[in-house]
Design a protein around this ligand. Structure first.
Ligand code: B12
Ligand code: SF4
Length: 672
């Protein structure tokens, strides 16, 4: 096998919360083999431009040694990208005796970029594209296609991860690339001449510093204590992607090496699918405590600049640690005052470290000796509580008093328990009661819907949580999770509608959740949570259905339509006045969520009036800065005018410009 290969790791540019841990393991693997590793997530065209810029700067360095070309990266980039000629007005350029050669070089790289000549001279020996949710299909396929043009030999383009394991055939027919299915948990999968078990390797945290994208998990050890699951729920991908249940993975060595190389992390994020199914669960808790995650444990962030500079000196990942050191040095400025701030600024100035453009490894290593004591003195060192998060939730069917007691001995927050169907009701309630008994007060709960459940099941599960919170004095946050198929065409986007659901009901649930960022907050002692819940979801199943049938715009802008414009009540009166026959007639129109050409669908004027309420679109109110009266006049015309059935899209900007931001805020405030 060739040594010193150039390896590129790509995560498609979808929004996601956690870093690509598969790629972080692969990064460790290749570094151990002595290969050079680059990670990217973002706009791939920008990535290519950046690579070309580097080549161009190297070439210019050889043409004209008297000019500091790295300092002119922005000017060169603007020329390559937009033919911005400012570089030709630069003094250094004007005084150079090598102008013709410099011009030739710039022109060459501009063509190289714009005419995509780089595709015929790929740079990378191997590219890995990781994949996550199946519904990120489009952007993932685009990334694979782009990667094809960057790799020297297409057999060295590797695609793996979750979507790859669920849709390998579809990926093959879309891209002609054979995706890797499952975990890298056997030797010699990627290269036949070594037997490293990639799945067991510690994560390479340094790659995350190379990119601008910021994952939500700032400082955390991310790992699995177990793999797979003993159950085979039909809505879940785990039996396919991690088919073998491993009851205990040893993490201590990985934990120590991460701590040593990248510094102590604050929290412990466990992605286990079903940790409680493990007969070794007590050992798992013991190990968590040994890792420093015991009740009340605190964390003081280590000196990140020390770690960063040490890693720079050890050439762990120059791109990452140049970026990180620069960011840290600049990040300290906000903690400095007066003369200290001025002196610090002067040193940055002296080393030409005010702009990222001019940063170099050498400058960072030199400035470090001058600023390290200031950095240590002023960096924040306040202790923070540490938390453990079994991120995928625990299985209430395995909960026993002993296990709950064990869970209460670690700083778990929140304790997530899945409530996937009403069939789990009794076990689920028992588990919550046990949690409360052992003093676990912050709970969170995954509620699957849009699968085989009915809308009322969703309501009942949410209500159970609200009532349990109230009764036990705890906080249960509910996360309704819409089912998305795992296989075939339906898995490729999020539009799937379960057999007991319809698009209107799904939209209604999403509209309610819109306001709360997807969370249903718990009830508390003062009854506020209960009234919030009942306002949002209704006091009973009948009211819940009324809300499901309510125009989405009225759900989202509840206050505006209920209190300020008074339409909700008018709509409800009409809705409630429908006889069975009338209801059957409009039901399927409302459930289809298509309200164009109503006149062609129904003749009854009452029904038309009812359906007109649905034609007020969200966009019509989104940018509201009008006064209510005028707005009401406009909307009244539409709702009462039986002949106009087009969607309303009033240009509210023109109605009035008198409203200020605060008033506008009030407009969109839902449950005030
Ligand atoms: C953590 C997690 C989350 C996190 C976010 C994950 C993230 N990365 O940002 C949170 C909690 C936010 C989340 C949310 C959701 N999740 Co989720 N989540 C997971 C979980 C547990 C792990 C995903 C992960 O990051 N894995 C890290 C993997 C990739 O690392 P690894 O195991 O070390 O990787 C190995 C292999 O995959 C392989 N590999 C990986 N990359 C590559 C690349 C190459 C080239 C090669 C060769 C190999 C390879 O090698 C590695 C080493 O062995 C999975 C279940 C699971 N056990 O996988 C569900 C899972 C991905 N989630 C799922 C779902 C449904 C959701 C939700 C849609 C739920 C909902 N309805 O709201 C939401 C969606 C959020 C959104 N964006 O809209 C489904 C996906 C189904 C689908 N159709 O895609 C899964 C599979 C769970 C399930 N029970 O079915 N999720
Ligand atoms: S118990 Fe959880 S992880 Fe296991 S198969 Fe069912 S849903 Fe998936």
């Amino acid at each position: 096998m060739k040594k010193g290969r150039k390896i590129l790791l790509l995560e498609p540019n979808y929004k996601n919360k956690y870093p690509p841990i598969g790629l972080m393991k692969i990064a460790t693997y290749h570094r151990r083999l002595g290969d050079s590793v680059t990670f990217f997530k973002g706009n791939l065209k920008e990535f290519v431009l950046d690579q070309i810029l580097k080549q161009c700067v190297n070439k210019l360095d050889r043409i004209e040694v008297l000019i500091n070309w790295p300092n002119k990266r922005n000017l060169i980039s603007a020329f390559l990208k937009k033919k911005d000629l400012s570089i030709y007005e630069d003094n250094d350029f004007l005084y150079s005796s090598n102008k013709p050669l410099i011009k030739e070089c710039l022109k060459y790289y501009r063509n190289y970029y714009l005419k995509k000549i780089y595709k015929s001279e790929p740079l990378w020996d191997r590219i890995y594209v990781t994949t996550l949710f199946t519904f990120h299909w489009k952007i993932t396929i685009e990334t694979i296609e782009f990667a094809k043009s960057l790799v020297k030999d297409q057999s060295e383009l590797k695609v793996g991860g979750i979507m790859a394991s669920l849709l390998p055939k579809e990926i093959r027919s879309a891209t002609n690339i054979k995706a890797y299915v499952g975990l890298l948990d056997k030797p010699s999968i990627l290269d036949s001449d070594n037997d490293i078990l990639i799945d067991n390797l510690p994560l390479d945290y340094s790659i995350l510093e190379e990119i601008n994208y910021e994952y939500a998990t700032n400082s955390a050890y991310i790992t699995f204590m177990t793999k797979g699951c003993k159950r085979k729920c039909s809505f879940c991908a785990v039996p396919k992607i991690e088919p073998t249940y491993i009851p205990k993975i040893d993490n201590i060595d990985k934990y120590n090496s991460i701590k040593k190389l990248y510094g102590e992390q604050q929290n412990l994020l466990l992605m286990d699918n079903n940790a409680l199914a493990s007969p070794n669960f007590p050992d798992i808790i013991q190990e968590i405590k040994e890792m420093g995650f015991y009740k009340g444990a605190t964390y003081v962030e280590p000196n990140q600049l020390d770690i960063s500079i040490r890693n720079l000196k050890n050439c762990i990942n120059d791109k990452a640690y140049i970026k990180k050191s620069f960011k840290l040095i600049h990040g300290l400025i906000k903690y400095l005052r007066g003369k200290t701030a001025q002196d610090y600024f002067n040193i940055l100035c002296e080393y030409e470290l005010l702009k990222y453009e001019t940063v170099t490894k050498d400058k960072l290593l030199s400035i470090y000796t001058e600023i390290s004591s200031t950095f240590e003195r002023y960096r924040p060192k306040n202790p923070k509580l540490r938390y453990v998060d079994f991120n995928q939730g625990i299985d209430c069917r395995y909960i026993t008093e002993e296990y709950m007691k064990l869970l209460s001995e670690i700083p778990i927050r929140p304790l997530r328990i899945a409530f996937d169907s009403m069939g789990l009701k009794n076990k689920y309630i028992q588990a919550i009661e046990l949690a409360a008994k052992y003093g676990i007060k912050k709970l969170s709960n995954y509620i699957l819907f849009n699968f085989h459940d009915r809308p009322e099941d969703l309501y009942l599960r949410l209500r159970i949580n609200m009532e349990l919170s109230e009764k036990l004095g705890i906080h249960i946050y509910s996360f309704p999770m819409k089912y998305i198929p795992l296989y075939g065409e339906e898995a490729k986007d999020r539009s799937y509608i379960g057999k007991n659901w319809n698009i209107k009901f799904i939209r209604a649930v999403q509209s309610i959740l819109n306001v709360t960022n997807g969370i249903v907050a718990p009830a508390n002692g003062n009854g506020k949570g209960r009234s919030f819940f009942e306002k949002a979801f209704g006091r009973n199943i009948d009211e819940f259905f009324e809300i499901l049938y309510m125009p989405d715009t009225y759900i989202v802008y509840r206050k505006l339509f209920e209190q300020d414009l008074g339409y909700t009540v008018k709509w409800l009166e009409l809705f409630k006045s429908l006889n069975n026959e009338e209801f059957e007639l409009v039901k399927h129109i409302i459930e289809s969520n298509v309200f164009q050409n109503i006149n062609e669908k129904v003749e009854n004027s009452k029904l038309i009036q009812l359906l007109n309420h649905y034609t007020i679109t969200r966009t019509a109110v989104k940018n509201v800065n009008a006064d209510y009266k005028k707005l009401k006049l406009e909307f009244d015309q539409i709702i009462l005018n039986n002949n106009k059935n087009q969607k309303i899209n009033i240009d509210i900007h023109n109605v009035s410009e008198k409203m200020n931001c605060e008033q506008r805020g009030q407009f969109v405030e839902l449950f005030s």
